[in-house]
Design a protein around this ligand. Structure first.
Ligand SMILES: [Zn+2]
Length: 1002
């Protein structure tokens, strides 16, 4: 459900022909989906109504607010690189015009209060609030409150929320963040609603803090009524700044007047008593006279409707009361009132402030750390000395006076004495400025800064982590506070694994860290990492990623080295559109990744998932070794192929080094029909992770027919024991020199004849089975648990040297058993089968399937078969071709093969393919030749005669080896038009028949 939310949303928006006035409700739905524990509307309203009740009891409800609320505003213009004042990079004048609109509208100083219907003038409310552009920034420096940042994209949707706001953000406790940018899909603006303060545990994650504020489209921000406003690029219906008035209403807790029920309903409340019920939103409308709605007259001019800007002019007193409670109680609203952001910096003579902690970071290695901070001279005097103390976990550990030469607004880094840190501990570092230039520091602002630094635990090498539970010494780092690595049980041989739920994690672009304990390589002479991973990419494409980083500083924020990076299709071990849980066959191995560059140091390794909202990512079996591992793997026997002609072969094998040391020597035992031939390889260089395909064994004579052929590789570098030092493959190899020529048809009704059906690893084979097409070959994948098993059926050696054209058709039938995809390939060899190195056809899973089925598939109708055509012109002239039809097992469902036909032409048309009889005579009119196409069960001589109407013989010929050929009998322009008799005689079955044809008429 969640997965397709964005798809549905992005499909819908382009269909909306008018502007989408406000995205706040959509945005809040997404927030609720992401944080199932977030407070509901009901919980929030219960808190709010309770607060409003307290306010009324205390008499505040009737007071005239005299104090003015002052809110410092920062406007982040996220533009596309234009000059200031053009395009999305709107002018300062346009920015400031909006601030005036907000101040007028909330205090009911707007000029168009005269348009408020008389009956509503008595409930009109004034909210005594003043929005001011911030005068000092989060660092205490003077500012205009305007930040301009070139965006990383040219338009933005709600889905891009986090990415957009991360480009520029000031702490939401102290500043009201307004982002102005180019919103896509006709969206004018959206807001993050306030939250309650009392429901502990439901207050939003840090991520929500980082996104608090409102977003306004640049073409609706500001007012054309300002001086020079006619030059602002505003949409005419939304050119009075009321988009922001509306969104800021949301920011202070107001809801839409119609109550956001879908469909509209007269009983749907906005929790405000003096705004009449509505069952419409007035989107795109601009009424000016009394309108009846629900049970009374409509307050269509309320700012919390979707009316055009020119027709909005009122907040009600009930709405103002509600905003008053929010601004006095809600987190990141009430704190705005005491922010110094609204006041200019007022420098004093002697004032040092701390900008940041340079060391340590949020994470540090145990041992010795040198605390250091960046300090700034905020004062008007040059600073020659400052005294700062450092507290560790609440105890002052050092008070230090630093001699400086720091002019106004200059910065420098100062360091304290080193501190000893133990592993697996949290340390609170607190720095406090005491004196500047020998007197008490002149301003308390920025005089303290604190941070908690954690030190990771140590692990013991070697690491062999199977994640059957979450290992205690490992940790995760979850920067956005949302989905992260969790331990999960997936069954099968993997048991437990670490898991990132990217299927349901729509905060794209974020990273999550899974971090090892500290691993000590100080005395190691060799080290390596390996792990297993599984990832499904969506069929529409998704680019979730996995990187592996190594740090020697116990802090991935400060420095790290990347040793593995895969994403999207490179990372994918399978393609799936349903939530992915890997089976045993859907994992891949990283192979051995050397860590030798980190020898002599202490390291931590992080597995960093990158979210593209695709499908799930898993890792398992993390192995970190600090001793030499010699190991290799026999990937396959490349020569000879499973079915070939020659009896004498030099077998070739492919080997991968899966250890962390170079392999220089090894031994191969090859058993041909149980006769052992041993070969020693010396002087080779096979590097860690390298795969080589050039290891030739001794020339060996294979027997005609089936041979068992086993290969064992062993003793890498003379190492006789241990894991990975021995590997073997036991196969079948078939020698057959049976030959034939084309045309050729094989329907398997009489078995496989001289075709060879075999499975190189002794598993199930293609086997003749009764279907609706007589007998067909079946590969019974549904009962074959051996994933990757291959069944081969191979043609006799075919001579293609006596034809100038050739082609091939075959029929297949298959049912897709959902996640498990069989593959059918057609391979060709031009050297009698020694190498099948060209793929003519490959299809798998749903592409190959005629149906979906989870029960054993057996085709029963003509429509449950598919006919496939392959042009073979590239192979004519070759005397020793051989064709293999290879099924690869996924334990999915059964695959069938039938009616393999080779043609001596390459224009096998649909018409000729659909002939059901022994032959068809056709053509002759409108200029087409008279032709006959055969569809005989076996090659034979056919006798064809053509007579004119007077009995004159025009053609009398015997065609040898006729099977499925097409012969031209009459060309219309070589003979006078007339009626002709075509007489065809076949031998097997024996038939003779005459057909009348007209030829040459137009
Ligand atoms: Zn709204």
């Amino acid at each position: 459900m969640m997965k397709y939310f964005w798809f549905a949303f992005s499909l819908l928006t382009p269909l909306i022909s008018y502007a989408q006035r406000c995205g706040t409700v959509e945005y809040e739905k997404i927030r609720q989906q992401r944080h199932p524990s977030k407070e509901t509307i009901d919980q929030f309203e219960l808190w709010l109504q309770n607060k409003m009740g307290q306010r009324a009891k205390s008499g505040q409800g009737n007071r005239t607010q005299s104090a003015n609320y002052v809110v410092p505003v920062v406007v982040h213009v996220i533009h596309s690189g234009e000059a200031i004042g053009t395009g999305t990079n709107i002018s300062d004048a346009q920015i400031l015009s909006q601030i005036k609109v907000l101040n007028d509208d909330f205090e009911r100083l707007n000029a168009d209060t005269t348009k408020t219907l008389t009956e509503f003038k008595t409930v009109a409310g004034k909210f005594p609030i003043t929005f001011v552009m911030a005068q000092q920034d989060p660092n205490g420096l003077a500012t205009t409150g305007i930040v301009r940042v070139k965006g990383t994209q040219t338009s933005w949707s709600i889905a891009d929320n986090y990415t957009l706001k991360a480009l520029s953000y000031w702490p939401a406790e102290n500043y009201f963040n307004i982002w102005v940018t180019n919103l896509s899909g006709g969206l004018l603006g959206y807001t993050q609603l306030p939250v309650s303060s009392t429901l502990l545990g439901l207050e939003d994650s840090s991520n929500d803090r980082l996104t608090d504020g409102v977003v306004i489209d640049y073409q609706t921000y500001g007012t054309a009524d300002a001086a020079g406003g006619s030059n602002f690029n505003l949409i005419s219906e939304y050119n009075k700044g009321r988009t922001a008035t509306h969104e800021v209403g949301h920011f202070f807790g107001l809801r839409h007047v119609w109550g956001d029920c879908s469909p509209f309903s007269c009983g749907c409340t906005d929790y405000v008593s003096d705004t009449p019920f509505q069952d419409t939103d007035y989107n795109g409308q601009c009424p000016s006279s009394i309108i009846s709605d629900c049970s009374g007259h409509s307050m269509y001019a309320n700012y919390m409707n979707y009316t055009d800007d020119a027709c909005m002019n009122i907040f009600s007193q009930g709405q103002v009361d509600r905003m008053d409670v929010i601004i006095n109680n809600s987190p990141r609203r009430v704190s705005l009132l005491t922010s110094i952001g609204s006041q200019p910096p007022s420098p004093v003579p002697n004032d040092i402030g701390i900008k940041s902690i340079a060391s340590p970071g949020l994470s540090a290695c145990d041992g010795s750390v040198t605390p250091a901070i960046v300090i700034h001279n905020f004062g008007t005097n040059d600073v020659t000395s400052t005294q700062i103390n450092l507290s560790l976990n609440g105890n002052v550990v050092e008070t230090k006076t630093f001699s400086l030469s720091l002019s106004t607004n200059a910065e420098t880094t100062v360091a304290f004495s080193s501190v000893a840190l133990a592993a697996g501990t949290n340390y609170n570092f607190l720095f406090n400025v005491l004196q500047t230039n020998g007197v008490a520091d002149g301003s308390p602002a920025f005089n303290t800064i604190s941070e908690t630094t954690s030190t990771p635990l140590h692990g013991t090498l070697p690491i062999a982590e199977n994640f059957n539970s979450m290992p205690a010494q490992w940790s995760t780092n979850n920067p956005d506070g949302l989905t992260t690595w969790v331990n999960t049980s997936i069954g099968g041989s993997h048991g437990g694994a670490m898991f990132l739920d990217y299927y349901n994690y729509d905060n794209q672009g974020t990273s999550d860290f899974l971090i090892t304990p500290v691993l000590d390589l100080t005395n190691s002479t060799i080290a390596s990492l390996s792990f297993d991973y599984a990832y499904a990419k969506l069929s529409t494409g998704s680019k979730d990623g996995l990187r592996v980083l190594v740090t020697t500083a116990c802090d991935f924020n400060s420095s790290s080295t990347e040793i593995f990076n895969k994403a999207g299709s490179t990372l994918a071990t399978v393609t799936s559109d349903s939530p992915f849980i890997p089976t045993d066959s859907q994992w891949a191995s990283s192979g051995i990744i050397p860590l030798n560059q980190f020898l002599g140091q202490r390291i931590q390794i992080a597995f960093v998932g990158f979210n593209d909202f695709g499908n799930n990512l898993y890792i398992d079996n993390v192995s970190v070794l600090d001793n030499p591992i010699t190991g290799f793997k026999l990937n396959g026997i490349l020569t000879p192929s499973p079915v070939s002609c020659e009896a004498n072969y030099t077998p070739v094998i492919q080997i991968t080094n899966v250890g962390n040391t170079v392999i220089n020597s090894f031994t191969v035992d090859a058993y041909l029909n149980n006769q052992l031939v041993t070969k020693q390889f010396t002087g080779v260089t096979l590097n860690p992770s390298q795969t080589a395909s050039n290891f030739s064994l001794n020339a060996t004579k294979f027997n005609s027919g089936a041979n068992s052929f086993a290969v064992v590789i062993k003793s890498p570098n003379g190492n006789m024991s241990g894991a990975f030092v021995k590997d073997s493959i036991n196969t079948k190899r078939y020698i057959s020199t049976a030959s034939d020529f084309i045309p050729l048809a094989q329907n398997f009704d009489n078995g496989v004849g001289e075709w060879i059906t075999m499975n190189p690893t002794f598993g199930p084979i293609w086997y003749p089975t009764a279907t609706n097409k007589g007998k067909s070959l079946e590969f019974e994948a549904i009962n074959d648990a051996s994933i990757g098993d291959q069944a081969w059926v191979v043609s006799p050696v075919l001579d293609l040297s006596k034809t100038s054209k050739a082609s091939l058709t075959f029929e297949s039938s298959y049912a897709y058993n959902f996640s498990s995809s069989e593959t059918l390939r057609v391979l060709v060899s031009t050297d009698c089968g020694e190498n099948f190195n060209q793929i003519l056809y490959t299809s798998s899973g749903s592409s190959l399937a005629n149906a979906n089925a989870t029960s054993a598939w057996l085709p029963s109708t003509k429509n449950e078969w598919r006919k496939n055509f392959i042009n073979l012109d590239n192979f004519v002239g070759q005397p020793n071709t051989r064709f293999a039809f290879v099924a690869t097992n996924a334990n999915g469902n059964n695959l069938y093969l039938d009616n393999i036909q080779f043609f001596v032409n390459d224009n096998v048309t649909k018409d000729t393919l659909t002939i059901e009889n022994l032959y068809s005579v056709y053509g002759g009119i409108t200029g087409s030749p008279v032709q006959v196409t055969f569809n005989l069960p076996a090659r034979q001589n056919v006798h064809i005669q053509v007579y004119g109407i007077t009995g004159n013989v025009i053609l009398d010929n015997t065609f040898t080896d006729t099977l499925n050929q097409t012969y031209t009998l009459l060309e219309p322009n070589t003979i006078a038009p007339g009626l002709f008799i075509v007489r065809v005689q076949t031998q097997s079955p024996s038939t003779i028949r005459s057909t009348k044809v007209l030829s040459g008429f137009n």
